[in-house]
Design a protein around this ligand. Structure first.
Ligand code: HEM
Length: 203
């Protein structure tokens, strides 16, 4: 088989499987590239000193508080199970206070207040708990004690599985799934920008 032809068949096979897949599978497959970049920026690159940790929290702090503030006013979050247990801005602020850091200027996190867009945003926020679990282990291994209210938030509550179960049970249309993917990608990009701004300002 000609190599180009085999490549085309492969990508159309992937496209087709994504089209028929669950919303979560679609989101995972179509944001993988951005997740890899975010993971690299937020993993503190082996820098688990107080400064590395503080910068990671500061980057989150540019996004999470303005986003949660807007999400809290959206009717669409109300159908997500255990929504009252998902908010984490106050935990982030608590850690920053303990580290004597001011909350940075929030980024403009306006979004299209429609059910699929909100689902895409929540996918990124809830998925970030998985990365937080890894970071928490890394931070707890550190000899320096750090405040971990944000990273350890909701550890015992299975918030990620209950979110995914909800996401995959909703009757999304193809158009909804496209909007969801766009909104998830834009939130991942906002995280990359927040990390960039944090490192530029702290140079
Ligand atoms: C230290 C930084 C991070 C690490 C080490 C990390 C690691 C991981 C790992 C291992 C998974 C599971 C992937 C799988 O099931 O194959 C995951 C999932 C995920 N992470 Fe991260 N992550 C990090 C940061 C973030 C951040 C900051 C965000 C959001 C802004 C994020 C969003 C997600 C999402 C949405 C998923 C779910 C993917 C799925 O549908 O399974 N991660 N992460």
């Amino acid at each position: 088989m000609h190599p180009e032809h085999s490549m085309t068949s492969f990508s159309s096979a992937v496209e087709a499987s994504i089209r028929g897949s669950s919303a979560r599978t679609l989101l995972k497959a179509t944001t993988r590239d951005l997740h890899e970049r975010v993971d690299a920026r937020f993993s503190m690159s082996g820098d688990s000193t107080r400064d590395g940790y503080r910068n990671m929290l500061l980057a989150h702090a540019r996004i999470l508080p303005p986003l949660e503030e807007k999400l809290a006013r959206s009717l669409h979050v109300r159908s997500i199970p255990h929504m009252d247990s998902r908010w984490r801005s106050s935990h982030l602020r608590e850690d920053l206070r303990a580290l004597n850091c001011e909350v940075p200027t929030p980024m403009n996190m306006s979004f299209d207040d429609a059910a699929p867009s909100v689902a895409g945003i929540m996918y990124v926020l809830e998925g970030s708990r998985i990365g937080s679990g890894f970071l928490l282990k890394q931070v707890l291994r550190n000899t320096q004690e750090m405040p971990v209210a944000f990273l350890s938030h909701g550890r015992e509550q299975k918030l990620w599985p209950s979110f995914v179960a909800w996401l995959d049970a909703e009757p999304w249309t193809e158009d909804d799934r496209l909007r969801m993917r766009e909104s998830a990608r834009s939130i991942f990009s906002a995280y990359l920008e927040a990390a960039e701004r944090t490192s530029t300002e702290n140079q």
